[in-house]
Design a binder for this molecule. Sequence first.
Ligand SMILES: NC(=O)C1=CN([C@@H]2O[C@H](COP(=O)(O)OP(=O)(O)OC[C@H]3O[C@@H](n4cnc5c(N)ncnc54)[C@H](OP(=O)(O)O)[C@@H]3O)[C@@H](O)[C@H]2O)[C@H](O)CC1
Ligand SMILES: [K+]
Length: 505
Amino acid sequence: MKILTAAQTREADAYTIQEEGIPSVDLMERAAKAFTGWFENKFQPSEEVFIFCGPGNNGGDGLAVARLLHQRHYRVQVYIVGDTAKASADFKTNLERLPEDVKPQEVKEEQDIPELPLCACVIDALFGTGLTRPVTGLYEEVVEQLNNSGACIIAVDMPSGLYTDSQTPEGSTIIKADYTVTFQLPKLALFLPQHEEHVGEWHLVPIGLSERYIAGVKTDICYTTRQDVQHLLKHRKKFSHKGLYGHALLLGGGYGKMGAAVLAAKSCLRSGVGLLTIHAPAAGYTVLQTAVPEAMTLTDPNRRHLSELPEETEKFNVIGVGPGIGTAPPTKTAIGQLLATATQPLVIDADAINIIAGSERLKEQIPENRVIFTPHPKEFERLAGKTANDYERLQRLREFCHTHQCYITLKGSHTAIGTPNGNIFFNTTGNPGMATGGTGDVLTGIITALVAQQYNLEEACLLGVYVHGLAGDMALRTVGAISMTATDLIDHLPKAFLCLQQPMP
Ligand SMILES: NC(=O)C1=CN([C@@H]2O[C@H](COP(=O)(O)OP(=O)(O)OC[C@H]3O[C@@H](n4cnc5c(N)ncnc54)[C@H](OP(=O)(O)O)[C@@H]3O)[C@@H](O)[C@H]2O)[C@H](O)CC1
Ligand SMILES: [K+]
């Protein structure tokens, strides 16, 4: 699914109005109904609701929501902040439509800002996608007071003060919402970790924007949903045999870190690989043969570290490398040898990334269109350099993938997948329970298995990251976020793949 800029959202709005031949105020009504539907599911009519409206269409939405909530027996208090002379036409229409017993109060100066009761429920409809500069003056005062009030804040479309698709200037005052209910498509700002305290939990509500416009608009940033990945899943033929599903080689493990190789191997097997061979330091032999009996194990001459590649590496369809390997000098040599000689796709994780990050010579040797890196943010920083904020980091992701013609799954709450042609895809599955050791090794195993099965590298990244998060979401329901371990993800992989094989609900 596409992520649109603020300008494209406005275009979608105008296109829909023209295509359907409806007045813009009707689209506002749809938006307000969609928001109200979400709100009613979350909050009881016994709640007193304080709605703060700005001068634009976001404020207009707030006024329409006030009317709809009033009709549904919520007690609403409406505050109009700033000068209504500048208000948009649809704002004015909705102001007129307010029932008599909802008397909006004007906030024209600081002393007009109301004291809110403890634990108030506030709807923030000050600014949405039309914000053009940081909030200052009276608006800033209102935002600060709301943030300090301890209220539960629900932002309409965007938290007021937050730029939709570019860096909000340093030091700006921004609403700290508990929930952001955004219209039709999520905005870029909602995916970025630096905005967590402003966005809270975000939810999408459809408002029927033109499908034709959305299908035709050009964007290089998308987010992946079940619909996007489900159709990628390949079905197995009746007369199939293990040779059809690829033979993967996993280079992993080190003394004291054999578990990382075990996790990657188990998840690789649970993700459909035909055959798996693990090449590990000699100390890992018994561990691996016992823990992963389905895999074949080759041993490195070095007991503690990976020091060389196995023979006949060309027979493998894919090589996954990194989990648990460390950065000892013999391992660095082996990674250099791998980049120089391997002819198949490589899935490169953990210390294999760190080793490449530490050597300009190795970076230059990254083979084009054959590598997937799976870094966490620190590893990405080592590989691609420090950045000042999340927007710069996305730009760096794009540039690195383009320069090296590689794929990167930059792990995080919304893992960002960069591709050689400059596209970025945000994942939408997963949860904070997955922030625990070993879950990255599981992702490496999954993606390696998918590449072995002839998914192209982009498909393997999109599907692998999605199913990894889906297994995490399923584990959340059975073991919870606190107790979740990487092994729980592997245990839930079968359910996650099964779920993707079912028709969409
Ligand atoms: N397609 C959709 O998704 C729909 C969205 N809807 C809602 O509309 C808003 C966007 O409305 P818009 O009127 O474009 O913008 P805003 O309401 O966010 O704000 C614009 C007004 O605010 C002024 N402004 C902007 N920045 C500041 C600031 N920092 N301080 C003070 N005033 C500011 C701006 O005035 P200018 O001075 O810049 O000219 C405007 O007056 C979207 O978010 C949804 O909530 C529709 O309801 C349905 C379709
Ligand atoms: K808002």
